[in-house]
Write a protein that binds this ligand. Structure first.
Ligand code: OOG
Ligand code: NI
Length: 270
C-alpha cells in the first residue's frame, strides 16, 4: 500500500465513524474549494504491542519520520507527531497513548485483558491502525467505570485502533478565510462545536489556531443493550508563519489538551 492508498483507506474508515465529516467536506468543497488535511490523529495504549511506536509503523514504512513530542499530565497521555520526509503536502500524523503505569489498577487490568484476547501476534503490524475494537462486544458498565477515570480510556475501549479525526487545513482552502468564519459556517449548518477552552484554541502568536466539532454519537451494541456513544470528530486548523516566514509545523499542548475533549460524553465545566 502506498501513502495515497493508505490515506484514502483511513478516510473511508473515518467517515463511517464521523458521518458529519463527510457532510462538512462536501459543504467546504462547495463554499471554499480544495479541502486538504493538516493532520490525522490516532489514539492507543502505551503497551509495547500497540504503543505509538507500533501504531507509527505503517507511516514510517511509507516515508514519515518522528518530529515533536507532547505531554498531557492530567490526562496521563503522551503524543508524538510525524511528518513525511519528502512530500511537504502530506498530512501530519498525530499519535497519542495512554500511560498505563499512571492509571489505576482497574484500568491496567482491563487493558491487559483486552490486549490478551486480541490475538495481536496474528495481526500484520502495518494493519494495526485499521483494526478497530479487537475485543468483542463491550460492556456498558465497564465503559462507564473507565469514563470515571479517563474519557480517553473509555473511548479506546469502544472504538479501538482507528483514525480519531482528520483536520481541515484552513490555510489551503482556495478561498481565504478566518477560523471564526469557518466555525460560523459550521454552526449555521447545525454542527456543534467543542467549546472547551473557547471555540478557538490557540492564537496567531502561538502560530496555530484550532477548532473542532463535537464527535458524532453512534449507536453501539453493548452487552447490556444499545447506547449512543461519541465516536469521531472533524478538526479545523489555521497555521501562521514564524519569524523566518515558515508555517509553524508543530502542535500546542495546551490547545491539544482541549481538542481531546471533543470525544467526551460531557465536557468539563469551563
Ligand atoms: C487528539 C487531540 C489533539 C490536536 O490537533 O491538537 C489534537 C485526540 O483527540 O486524539 O489532535
Ligand atoms: Ni488534531
Amino acid at each position: 500500500m502506498n501513502k495515497d492508498q493508505l490515506l484514502q483507506k483511513l478516510w473511508d474508515q473515518y467517515v463511517t465513524l464521523a458521518p458529519s465529516a463527510h457532510k462538512i467536506h462536501n459543504i467546504f468543497d462547495e463554499q471554499y474549494g480544495n479541502v486538504k488535511n493538516d493532520h490525522i490523529a490516532f489514539r492507543t495504549f502505551n503497551d509495547p504491542r500497540v504503543n505509538i511506536e507500533a501504531m507509527s509503523k505503517v507511516f514510517t514504512a511509507c516515508g514519515y519520520e518522528e518530529k515533536g513530542q507532547y505531554e498531557f499530565t492530567a490526562k496521563k497521555l503522551l503524543a508524538k507527531h510525524y511528518e513525511h520526509k519528502t512530500d511537504k503536502d502530506a498530512p501530519k500524523i498525530f499519535i497519542s497513548e495512554l500511560r498505563l503505569e499512571l492509571c489505576s489498577e482497574y484500568v491496567q487490568e482491563i487493558v491487559d485483558c483486552l490486549l490478551a484476547i486480541s490475538d495481536l501476534h496474528l495481526i500484520d503490524p502495518l494493519e494495526l491502525v485499521f483494526q478497530g475494537r479487537l475485543w468483542g462486544k463491550p460492556s456498558h458498565q465497564i465503559y462507564e467505570r473507565l469514563r470515571e477515570e479517563s474519557e480517553y480510556a473509555a473511548w479506546m475501549y469502544v472504538y479501538g485502533f482507528c483514525p480519531n479525526h482528520f483536520t481541515v487545513f484552513v490555510n489551503k482552502l482556495d478561498k481565504e478565510t478566518s477560523l471564526e468564519s469557518v466555525n460560523q459556517l459550521l454552526k449555521d449548518n447545525g454542527f456543534k462545536m467543542n467549546g472547551s477552552g473557547g471555540e478557538i484554541k490557540g492564537t496567531p502568536e502561538q502560530m496555530l489556531e484550532q477548532s473542532s466539532i463535537l464527535a458524532d454519537r453512534l449507536a453501539v451494541d453493548f452487552v447490556e443493550g444499545t447506547y449512543e456513544i461519541p465516536a469521531c470528530y472533524y478538526e479545523f486548523a489555521k497555521r501562521y508563519e514564524d519569524k523566518d516566514g515558515e508555517l509553524f509545523d508543530g502542535f500546542i499542548a495546551g490547545s491539544a489538551d482541549k481538542i481531546f475533549e471533543s470525544t467526551n460524553v460531557t465536557l468539563p465545566n469551563q
